[in-house]
Design a protein around this ligand. Structure first.
Ligand code: CP
Length: 306
């Protein structure tokens, strides 16, 4: 049974295929409106979400399917001590595909090993968020025309930012990628990502604490929120939370075709004044997330038939 747990579960060719289907859905939505008639998506969210859960639900509804699930652990039998494995076996009796978010790294993998239906990782702790990466890739493809020869700056909480880990992993398979890592010392990219992804794939990268000094180099600026929920103490969070606040004046030396991205939710790290800048792409990412999740559901359900 095919699932999506890590972005590397799909080849570059399969990602191209998904992006192609998503672009076709954008162009011809009516052609897809009954593709999942009679199918059910279960959204099992053990952690809060707005975009991921509701875009999965909207995606399945726009494909003509139905949705069931829960949006917090406390309203499921996890609150009574049920294991992820038993939950996955149970939901396999009720639905055709699962999208799961969980605070524990590896929980969706355990679910996929126990379910008899495809499981999609909708974010596991500070580890991975492959469907956000699909939304990011579709956005980059639509804004930049492809993935080669891009200088991509990642700014903010690179330690706990699972969307950063997944997108760096995805981009490491393309040609001419340069990575600029912008963070406070305490929130640097984990060394396993630098060693196993960047160094292993010969991706040039540099680390800095100063966003404005590298701004002119960037084709893409990927801002991230400092993740309060992953901190061990509130004092450290309060000290670091406003390390970077993107404001219009800080963009004066940026490229005219810079693509400003953010997986959202934002707190303070992008001023609302930036929203009117034509280079702001973060709400396009939100919409693209729905279309690429439609393409993903179609692909995994098609493969489950084989
Ligand atoms: N980008 C993202 O995962 O947003 P939510 O937490 O709202 O799902």
């Amino acid at each position: 049974m095919r699932s999506l747990i890590d972005i590397l579960d799909f080849s570059v060719e399969e990602l191209d295929e998904l992006i192609g289907v998503a672009n076709d859905i954008i162009a011809n939505p009516e052609a897809y409106s009954e593709k999942c008639k009679g199918k059910k998506l279960a959204t099992l969210f053990f952690e809060p979400s707005t975009r991921t859960r509701l875009s999965f639900e909207a995606a399945m509804l726009e494909l003509g399917g139905s949705v069931l699930g829960f949006s917090e652990a406390n309203s499921s039998s996890a609150a009574k001590g049920e294991s992820v494995a038993d939950t996955a076996k149970t939901i396999s009796c009720y639905a055709d595909i699962i999208a799961m978010r969980h605070p524990k790294e590896g929980a969706p993998l355990v679910a996929s090993q126990n379910a008899s239906i495809p499981v999609i990782n909708a974010g596991d702790g500070g580890h991975n968020h492959p469907t956000q990466t699909l939304a990011d890739l579709l956005t980059i493809q639509r804004e930049k025309g492809g993935f080669n020869n891009l200088t991509v700056g990642f700014c903010g909480d690179l330690k706990f930012g699972r969307t950063v880990h997944s997108l760096i992993t995805a981009l490491s398979r393309y040609e001419g990628i340069n990575v600029v890592l912008i963070s406070p010392d305490e929130l640097k990219l984990p060394s396993y990502v630098k060693k196993d992804i960047l160094a292993k794939n010969n991706i040039p990268y540099k680390q800095t604490t100063d966003l404005e000094s590298v701004m002119p180099e960037l084709d893409i600026l990927y801002m991230t929120r400092v993740q309060r929920e992953r901190f061990f103490n509130e004092e450290d969070y309060l000290r670091l939370k406003d390390s970077y606040i993107l404001e219009p004046r800080k963009l004066k030396n940026a490229k005219p075709d810079l693509c400003i991205m953010h997986p959202l939710p934002r707190v303070n790290e992008i001023s609302v004044a930036v929203d009117d800048d034509p280079r702001a792409c973060y709400f396009k990412q939100v919409l693209n997330g729905k279309y690429i999740r439609m393409a993903l559901i179609l692909k995994l359900l098609e493969e489950a038939k084989r």
